[in-house]
Design a binder for this molecule. Sequence first.
Ligand code: ADP
Length: 219
Amino acid sequence: MTPILAGHDLHKSYGLTPALRGAAVEVAAGEILAVMGPSGSGKSTLLHCLAGVLAPDRGQVYFAGARLDRLPDRRRVELRRTAFGLVYQFGQLVPELPVVENVALPLLLAGRPWGAAVTEARGWLARLGLAGLDERRPAELSGGQAQRVALARALVARPKIVFADEPTGALDSAGADDVMEILVAAARDLGTAVLIVTHESRVAGFADRVVLLRDGDVR
Ligand code: ADP
């Protein structure tokens, strides 16, 4: 079976600092893959190369069988908007916007009418246990609530892949389990693949498969 996402022989340096040295990884459609490794092993760089945020110096990235790293910027941005969802450690919500608009944002950017986008966003908030928080600003949420809002925003456009960079890094273990359970259940439901980078084995325990990154290569 063709993987939905694949990186081959990925190299990336920041100046003289090598971050990736020939890393390779494949994710099947609907698979939940954890990439583990110590701090500085290249996890974030790998995630950003696979998501088309960073261009690798060498190697190839394939999404649904086509070269992602060769696409013009405009097409890569569009793909990230329609087929990818991203979740970061601190949620990265827009502080000025109420929660419901934060979640609706990917749909609004894709041209969905306001009313439909907001209705869909409210549905996701209810589904992730956040009903009643629609009009709050991100600063009025707990860390776990903010991270669940970030999950809703990553899932609202029904992406093919969610990329999650230390999604529970700012949460206690109960909050982390909560976020992981929600992410995994929603991904299974939608058939979405998930690539999680984490240094926590507790988080990796939610994945179907775990690969280990060390010094910029998968061992
Ligand atoms: P991880 O996510 O596993 O902590 P990173 O991908 O963030 O690893 O970093 C891999 C290596 O690249 C580290 O040595 C790090 O210091 C370096 N690095 C990461 N981002 C930058 C950057 N923007 N500029 C310079 N060096 C960087």
